[in-house]
Design a protein around this ligand. Sequence first.
Ligand SMILES: [Ca+2]
Ligand SMILES: [Ca+2]
Length: 323
Amino acid sequence: MGCSGGFQSLFPLTHMNRHNNKQAGKTKQKPNHRKKEPMQTKQSVINLNIRATVIAAFGVLLMVLGVSETAQAQSSQSTPLVFQAAGPDATAIQGAVDAFRAALGDNNLNNPGPLQKGRREINWDGGNPNLMDTTPPVNPFLVFLNTRGSQYKTPGLGLSQAPPAGGLQGGLAVLFGNPNYAKIFRTFSRSRLFTPVGSNITEASFSIPGTNGNAPATVRGFGVVFTDVDQPDGAVPSAVASNHKPSTFVEYFGKNGRLLFSSSVAASPGDGNLSFFGIKFDDARIASVRITSGNVAPGPNDDRQHDIVMMDDFIYGEPQILH
Ligand SMILES: [Ca+2]
Ligand SMILES: [Ca+2]
């Protein structure tokens, strides 16, 4: 495999960094071995030669990272298509999200499986953009286990759906006891986001919809919308000495626990920015996904040391029976 070929660039303002052929053939497989602290270990598997490009357009700064320098396949098998974008608002990532959706196929909603084609989506909004409830952290999070064939776990306390602020429970600002959280996150789909509590790790696994988790499954693609990914480089736009360490990662594992692919997620300056990262293989080889959202569990102020990140829409391929 190599980083060339099979790559699809879908930035709103496209920028491709130079391809680094040294990545080709480099494999660092970690069979059945999941690091408990990926923030320290990811540096060993992700190309550190990160080069951000800032594009100024009509006064709006939009920062994107070339995927060839932020993502690399860990498998000797084929390289997936990569879809990613980052920018100040939903418009900046809409094209990449829609292209990812189109690549996976039609939305199968809550239809029971097994189905051969299509995709599933979770927007955490309860089917109503005016719903502002904050759900208490639960672990595992099984709300969509039966209807959409995915479940989520965290090494922390649990996982919650919440608006940035408002509603009876006060949203993220109250959930994490930090009033600043009311202002620094933006939804891609109104009005709620998804987050681990007591951790920055979310682990997804899959099953055939309609089986209540009893038929384990794999998917061919998985993508996540993030909000307020600041690092690298976006933490303090005016700072000369910026932080070059990525805060947010997505790792994809096969059925044997082997790491298939890993990437950091592109950042964008300012508060409430949105990022999208998704990959699609030709076949359903992804058995689980480990998402590191931010470099620390939510709670502290979002600053140069702490990049707090929330998640919005999850989009993934139709779960297929595990072989
Ligand atoms: Ca949402
Ligand atoms: Ca942040």
